[in-house]
Design a protein around this ligand. Structure first.
Ligand code: URA
Length: 209
C-alpha cells in the first residue's frame, strides 16, 4: 500500500471543500469532520483480517465472514482529534478509545505531553491515531512514540489534511506507521498553520474563536 495513502474519494473531497470554507460554522464543521472520519475509517480498515463462520439463516446454513484477529483502539490527539471520534465509532462501535494530549511548545518547538490514558489491553490492539491536521508532525511523532512505548505493534495514523513537512517528519521517525490522509496541502506558514488548510481545526470544531 502507498504510504501515505491518499483518500481522494469524491465524497471526501467535496466535504473537504466545505470544511475549508471560512463561512462554514461550527455545527456544520463538526458534522463534516465526523463524516469524513467515518468515510476514511471505512478505507483504513480495509485490511482487517476476516475469518469464515457458519451462520444459520432462516433458509439454510451460510458460510460467512466476521472480523478476526486484533481488536481496534482509536486514539484522538486532543483536542481536534476528538472531532473524528464519533465518525469512526459509528463504523466500529466495539473499539476502545484512548486519549493523548500533546501540544507543540511554540518556543522550544518540542512536544509537551499533558495527558495520556490508554485502554489497558492496548498492546493487543491495532491502534488508529486520529488528528485532522498533520502540520509540523511534532505532536504526531511524539504520540506514536508514546503508543509504541506501550508495546503496540500495529499503528495507523489518520489525518484529513497533511502538510508535506508533517508527512516527512512522521515517515522519517516512524516508517512502519501507515498514514492515511485525504489531501496533501502546499506548505506550512510561519505560524505552523497549513496553507491553504482550513485554519485552526480545534477552534472551528469547538467554536472557541
Ligand atoms: N493545526 C490546525 O488546526 N491547523 C493547522 O493549520 C495546523 C495545525
Amino acid at each position: 500500500m502507498q504510504n501515505p495513502f491518499i483518500m481522494d474519494h469524491p465524497l471526501i473531497q467535496h466535504k473537504i471543500s466545505l470544511l475549508r470554507d471560512k463561512h462554514t460554522g461550527s455545527k456544520e464543521f463538526r458534522e463534516l469532520v465526523s463524516e469524513i472520519a467515518m468515510l476514511m475509517c471505512y478505507e483504513a480498515t480495509r485490511d482487517l483480517p476476516l475469518t469464515e463462520v457458519e451462520i444459520q439463516t432462516p433458509i439454510a446454513t451460510a458460510k460467512s465472514k466476521i472480523l478476526s484477529g486484533q481488536k481496534l483502539a482509536f486514539i484522538p490527539i486532543l483536542r481536534a482529534g476528538l472531532g473524528m471520534v464519533d465518525g469512526v465509532m459509528k463504523l466500529v462501535p466495539a473499539a476502545k478509545i484512548g486519549h493523548i494530549g500533546i501540544y507543540r511548545d511554540p518556543d522550544t518547538k518540542q512536544a509537551v505531553e499533558y495527558f495520556a490514558k490508554f485502554p489497558t489491553d492496548i498492546a493487543n490492539r491495532t491502534v488508529i491515531l486520529l488528528d485532522p491536521m498533520l502540520a509540523t508532525g511534532v505532536t504526531a511523532v511524539d504520540a506514536i512514540a508514546q503508543i509504541k512505548k506501550r508495546n503496540v505493534l500495529d499503528i495507523k495514523f489518520m489525518c484529513i489534511i497533511a502538510a508535506p513537512e508533517g508527512l516527512k517528519a512522521v515517515q522519517e521517525a516512524h516508517p512502519d506507521v501507515q498514514i492515511y490522509c485525504a489531501v496533501v496541502d502546499e506548505k506550512l506558514n510561519e505560524h505552523a498553520y497549513i496553507v491553504p488548510g482550513l485554519g485552526d481545526a480545534g477552534d472551528r470544531i469547538f467554536g472557541t474563536k
